[in-house]
Design a protein around this ligand. Structure first.
Ligand code: F6P
Length: 329
């Protein structure tokens, strides 16, 4: 069969090893993979990955060295036209023209929403993969890219802690994650942050300032607060201002880590997850599955209907929140 693969939305470390696994699994099963560039936009533009030997079908060697490579060699995009019914119909016609039997889109919420729309107008099979740093999708315990993003954030916070210590400062460090506080929560636990401002457990400024005064009275001279970008008060700068107005006893600076978290070589956990899920998605397509996302839930590889995966977003684990409150005290 002819399987198309694309990466859509924000890129995530692990998309490349995932592609490597898809291509090599499909070839081992006697199937063919065509890489579509720039996500759904690439279907509309008929923009395909062409190997160095000029082949349309991706060969075993076209994915060499991808285990450790960040970003995505297929490139990604957020395609506005694909969000319209006309755009989806055009894409379906192009997939028919090139005789695709199946599509494996790798991405987050928007990518799966696009897959649902495509499934209404295209008869081919679609099995999606969770590729996003945000860890916000239902239907998997971890998304591809999350572990690396947390590692990157922790490395940055460790460095900020040094300068915070030297200058008796507080740092507000903003991390990505859209509406989900998981990157912030995991980063806070792993980096030993004193404060975490996450959408699922927002505390009023006066409560945080009270904590900061207690911390200062205990003799602490440096403080790290991790702020999730989904914090409804508006991110690190806004929280810094609010706390200053509420009497923050520490002199402070704000740092936005932003897209830095999307880059870098994937950590081993992401490489393994990406390889497992890529392999599993190809097997699912061969078995005739469609309209589902492959994920890993409690150690088992699973398939969950797209509609269930995008029904809201994953909430942080309350046990991890309690853990943070204990270790940060
Ligand atoms: O979904 C991944 C993500 O990096 C989010 O964490 C963030 O909110 C968003 O994408 C940023 O998107 P863009 O790169 O389009 O600004």
């Amino acid at each position: 069969m002819r399987i198309g693969v694309l990466c859509s939305g924000g890129d995530a470390p692990g998309m490349n090893p995932c592609l490597r696994s898809i291509v090599r699994t499909a070839i081992a099963c006697g199937d063919e993979v065509i890489g579509i560039k720039h996500g759904y936009q690439g279907i509309l533009d008929e923009e395909f990955f062409i190997s160095s030997s000029g082949e349309l079908a991706m060969g075993v060697r076209s994915v060499s060295g991808l285990s450790k490579q960040g970003g995505t060699i297929l490139h990604s995009s957020r395609c506005k036209h694909f969000q319209t019914e006309d755009g989806v119909k055009e894409a379906a016609a192009i997939l028919r023209k090139y005789k695709f039997d199946a599509l494996i889109p790798i991405g987050g919420n928007g990518t799966l929403a696009g897959a649902i729309d495509l499934g209404k107008h295209w008869e081919g099979q679609i099995v999606g993969l969770p590729g996003t740093i945000d860890n916000d999708l239902l239907g998997t315990d971890l998304t591809i890219g999350f572990a690396t993003a947390v590692d990157t954030a922790v490395e940055a916070v460790d460095k900020l802690r040094d300068t915070a210590g030297s200058h008796d400062l507080m740092f507000f460090v903003e991390v990505m994650g859209r509406h989900c506080g998981d990157i912030a929560l995991f980063t806070a636990i792993a980096s030993g942050a004193e404060i975490a401002c996450i959408p699922e457990a927002e505390e009023p400024p006066e409560v945080i300032v009270k904590k900061l005064k207690e911390i200062k009275d205990l003799g602490k001279t440096s403080v790290i607060a991790i702020v999730a970008e989904g914090d409804e008060r508006g991110g690190a700068l806004a929280v810094q201002k609010l706390l200053k107005e509420a009497g923050n006893p520490f002199d402070s600076r704000a740092v936005v880590l932003g897209h830095v978290l999307r880059g870098g070589s994937p950590v081993a956990a992401d490489r393994v997850l990406a390889s497992e899920l890529g392999n599993f998605a190809v097997g699912a397509v061969i078995r005739g599955e469609t309209g589902k996302m492959a994920g890993r839930v409690k150690g088992e590889l699973t398939l969950t209907p797209f509609e269930e995966c995008v029904l809201g977003h994953r909430k942080v684990n309350p046990k991890k929140l309690r853990l943070l409150n204990i270790v940060a005290s």
